[in-house]
Design a protein around this ligand. Structure first.
Ligand SMILES: NC(=O)c1ccc[n+]([C@@H]2O[C@H](COP(=O)([O-])OP(=O)(O)OC[C@H]3O[C@@H](n4cnc5c(N)ncnc54)[C@H](OP(=O)(O)O)[C@@H]3O)[C@@H](O)[C@H]2O)c1
Length: 258
């Protein structure tokens, strides 16, 4: 089953379901990514420190490079340090270029880090540049300071935290929304509305939540070290939530962060 994809503002296509590895050890990353590829995932969202383990699995896998979408994260920091971090990440990954590079976080010198990403894109080492963890104020600062608009903003987003003002800003500026913690780090799976919808559709709570992401036009970064769950998360392409059920999920927005 092919994962649907969306076009970024610069034309690069991104799968709507990515597999994330943040917080995993190298051994866990290698195993989890192998299982994800076997399951059918083609988009891998790496995290700092996981690139070599991801790269080793991709090098051994019989999946054509053009079918893969691989993102790297560079934490916000000064130009030279960010440049070194990005070089290390891309070298460890072992690909000629990454599909997306995300400037991650706003606590460091993020406009300097953005200049590194712009340079990498100009040099052809990454196909697209985006950010992670930015709010409207920081996006405005970045755009005002650099004159460029990120293609993606990856933020915590799920039915309890729908980020509507941020998504309106994204829509105005052609920024695609990617959802980290798409199931509120599993807390949402016990939500009564979600479990009722799971019973109604004969699906699991995870599948209801990930399907909601698909239908609301976000890219969901699903993550699991459990083989059965990795497969379960992929089982979202054979059903559709009705409009009234999407409206029911819209009512769950209560600002809860994980
Ligand atoms: N840029 C950032 O700052 C940032 C921040 C957070 C996340 N992210 C990205 O987003 C990805 C996903 O974040 P997330 O892990 O919070 O995603 P999530 O999909 O909301 O939650 C996944 C977690 O829920 C658990 N889980 C899944 N199904 C379950 C079930 N049926 N019962 C109990 N537990 C279940 C998984 O445990 P098991 O692994 O044990 O199956 C996993 O720990 C990360 O890997 C990362 O790539 C980025």
């Amino acid at each position: 089953m092919a994962v649907p994809s969306l076009a970024l503002s610069d034309g690069v296509r991104i799968p709507q379901l990515l597999f994330g590895v943040a917080g995993l050890s190298a051994a866990e990353t290698g195993r989890a990514v192998r299982i994800a590829l076997d399951t059918g995932y083609r988009g891998i969202d790496t995290a700092p420190g996981t690139e070599a383990a991801v790269g080793a699995v991709l090098a051994a896998a019989e999946v054509p490079r053009e079918d893969l979408f691989v993102s790297v994260h560079v934490p916000a920091q000064g130009y030279d340090t960010a440049r070194r971090a990005a070089d290390q990440a891309l070298t460890a990954l072992g690909l000629e270029r990454a599909d997306l590079c995300l400037l991650d976080g706003t606590k460091g010198a993020f406009t300097d880090t953005w200049r590194v990403l712009s340079r990498l894109r100009a040099d052809g080492r990454v196909r697209a540049a985006g950010v992670a963890g930015f709010g409207v104020a920081e996006l405005r600062r970045l755009i005002d300071a650099t004159g460029s608009v990120p293609t993606v903003n990856q933020v915590e987003l799920h039915p309890w935290l729908q980020q509507l003002p941020l998504r309106d800003f994204h829509a105005e500026h052609g920024i695609l929304t990617a959802a980290s913690s798409p199931a509120a780090n599993s807390a949402l799976l016990a939500d009564e509305t979600v479990t009722a919808l799971a019973a109604k559709y004969g699906k699991t709570p995870s599948q209801i939540v990930l399907r909601w992401h698909l239908q609301t036009g976000t890219v969901a970064v699903a993550a699991s070290v459990t083989t059965t769950r990795t497969r379960e998360h992929f089982g979202i392409f054979d059903f559709e939530l009705a409009d009234d059920d999407l409206a029911v999920v819209a009512e769950l927005d209560n600002g809860t962060r994980v």
